[in-house]
Design a protein around this ligand. Structure first.
Ligand code: ADP
Length: 235
């Protein structure tokens, strides 16, 4: 597995690096007008940014793998949902109808940055795999049995045979689409890891051509009632 992983990482980084070096050669060899040079530099920057995203996600994964179990600190759900909604709106740039549903009666116990990154990855996927004009619905539910965070979209959907493999590192249903949308192929691997560290699990339902729903389920032991102050502020 480790050998495969090293081969995959090398391949993932080699592709943008090859493109980048190609562009550098072009700019060096050809006499281009300044506008063309700027275009090439823009494309080079995009390849560099792609390598950066891959390395950041790899580092995030390796930190998760070696980190001690997450703290059981209060993660305030309502403001987190609000922030995630704002991030989603920024990422969508007006192309999707985004809604946030549910009124949290509990908070989570865990590591806020980890949970924010797992939820954020699910939302950014919904936006990236949903064509303009589609809907992305983020919903929160809680009850005596625990809590769930879900993201439903009306996007491209996923053929059922791929679903069990989505959380593998660098596994993608459609490599071209993932790359065009700025994907690293690591977002769901990170989300799965974070959820596992919080005794939560990920559920995926999808219909090709109609949309997908990714839900994270937390056991009751990872929830904590709202603080009185928070409750009266919210209500
Ligand atoms: P990527 O960076 O490629 O999006 P992820 O690990 O986040 O990597 O997701 C793995 C693959 O799962 C994606 O490449 C895509 O094929 C599929 N996928 C994830 N979320 C969705 C979604 N909401 N709709 C359709 N396909 C999805």
């Amino acid at each position: 597995m480790r050998r495969d992983f090293v081969a995959n990482v090398s391949h993932e980084l080699r592709t943008p690096l090859t493109v980048l070096v190609g562009f550098l050669e072009t700019v060096r060899e050809l006499k281009l007008d300044p506008q063309r040079v700027r275009d090439y530099i823009g494309m080079m920057r995009e390849q560099g940014a792609r390598m950066q995203r891959i390395i950041e996600d790899l580092l995030a994964l390796s930190v998760l793998e070696s980190a001690p179990p997450p703290a059981a600190e209060r993660v305030r759900v309502a403001p987190l949902l609000e922030r995630l909604g704002a991030d989603a709106t920024a990422l969508s740039k007006g192309r999707h109808a985004i809604s946030i549903e549910g009124r949290p009666q509990v908070d989570l116990l865990g590591a806020e940055p980890e949970i924010a990154s797992a939820f954020g990855n699910l939302i950014s996927n919904a936006i990236r795999y949903t064509p303009a004009g589609g809907k992305v619905t983020v919903a929160w539910h809680d009850g005596p049995d625990g809590a769930s965070f879900s993201v439903a979209d009306t996007g491209v959907g996923i053929p059922v045979e791929h679903i069990p493999r989505l959380t593998e590192r660098f596994y993608r249903v459609d490599r071209g689409r993932s790359r065009e949308s700025g994907g690293t192929g690591l977002g769901l691997a990170i989300a799965k890891h974070v959820l596992g560290r919080h005794q939560a699990h990920l559920e995926v339902d999808s219909t090709p051509g109609a949309g997908s729903r990714f839900s994270a389920h937390f056991p009751a032991g990872r929830t904590i009632p709202l603080e009185a102050a928070t409750e009266s502020q919210a209500g």
